[in-house]
Design a protein around this ligand. Sequence first.
Ligand code: G3I
Length: 374
Amino acid sequence: MDRRQFLLSSVGALVSAVTAKTGLDWRGKRLSAQETRIEEMVRGPSITLRSLADKVGIDIGAGGINTVPFYKDPDYKKIIAREFTSLTPGNAMKFGVIHPRNNYGDERDYNFEHADAMLEFAEASKMKVRGHTLVWHMQNPRWLDQGNFDRRELIQVMEDHIRTIVSRYKDRVFAWDVVNEPLTINHESIPIFQGIGPEYIPLAFRFAHEADPSALLFYNETQAHNLDEKSNMVYEQVCNLLDEGVTIHGVGMQMHVSLRYPPNLVQVAKNMRRLGNLGLKVHVTEMDVKTETIDSSTEDKLEKQAKIYGDITKVCLDEEVCTSIATWGVTDRYSWLKEFTKNPEEKPLLFDADYRAKPSYYAVKRKIAESYTS
Ligand code: G3I
C-alpha cells in the first residue's frame, strides 16, 4: 500500500472511530444504535476478525500458511493467531513434503517437522487446523511419481500414507482435504489415479475415516464455485460417493477468483444449497482475489476486491451449509500468486505487504458484524 493509500486508510479508521464515539457518520448523519454498534465492531482496534467470527460461529481460516515466513517472520504468526480461527498449512502436509522417502516402509520415511510445528502453534493459539491435502496430482515425491508400482502396491502406498498421517493427527485436525482437485487434470497424469483408477477417491475417504472417525472429510476443488459444467461434475461425483456409502462430510470451494472473473453470487449460493441438501457442509477453503487483472487505480481495485470478499462472506453467513471461509495466505507479501502470475504487484489478500488491514479486511468484518447485530 503506498503512502496515499495508507493515509486514506488511516483517515477511514479515524472517521469510523469518531463515528463509533459520536454516533454520527462522516456527513454528520445520526446513526441508529445498530449502525453505531456495527461501526464499533468494524473499526474497533481491539475487535479482531477472529473475535467477530467467534460471535457468529463461523470459522475464518488462515490457509496456505507458508513454511519459511512461519519460522522467520514473527509478524506472520502474530497476525495468524490474532485474526484467524483456523490454520491450513500451505505445503507442510503435502505428500512430497511429509512423505519424501520410501526407503524403510515406516515412519522414518516421513518428515513431520513442519506439520508438527504448525499444529503445535495452532493449538497453543487455540486455533483449529485443516489438513491439506492427502491426495493430489501435484507436489508428490519422486519415488511415487517415478515408481513402478502395480495397482495393489499403489493402493497399499496410498493406504499407508493416509493412515500414518491421519492417525498421527487424530483429534487434532478438524477437517481434511482428502482429495484435492480431482477434476482439474486429466487423471492419467497422477500415478495414484493411473495405477488405481477412479476408485482411489472412495478408498482415500475410507482410509481417512477409519484413521480418524472424528475428522470432517472434504472433497476440495478449484473453479467449481459457480453453477457450471465443472461444479455439476463435482455434484454428481459426491452424489455417487454418498450413494456408495462413502463417508464424506463436505465440499471445499477453493474460491481463487479475480476482479476480472468475480464469483457469481447467486450461483454460488445455489451451489452451496444443493450440496447442503445432500447433507454436506461447504467450506470456502482457499479464497484470494487477484487484483492485477483489470486496468484501474489501486484504490478502485482494492474497493472492488473488498466488495467481492464482503459478498462471499455474506453468502457464506446466509447459507447455513457454509461453515468456514479461509483465505489462501494472510498477507500480500507472501501470496503464492505473486510467483504464479509473475506479478509482484498482485494484492490478493486481506492484509497488505506491511501487514496493514486493507478494505477487504473491513468488508469481511462488516458483513460479520451486520450478521451478528441483525
Ligand atoms: O520448498 C522448495 C524450496 O526448497 C525450493 O528452494 C523452492 C525453489 O523454487 O521451491 C520450494 O517449493 C515450492 C513450494 O511451494 C514451497 O514454497 C514449490 O516450488 C512451489 O511450486 C510450491 O507452490 C505451492 C503450490 O500450491 C504448488 O502448486 C504454493 O506454495 C501453494 O500455496 C499452492 O497451493 C495450492 C493448494 O495446495 C491447492 N489449491 C491451489 C493452490 C495454489 O496453487
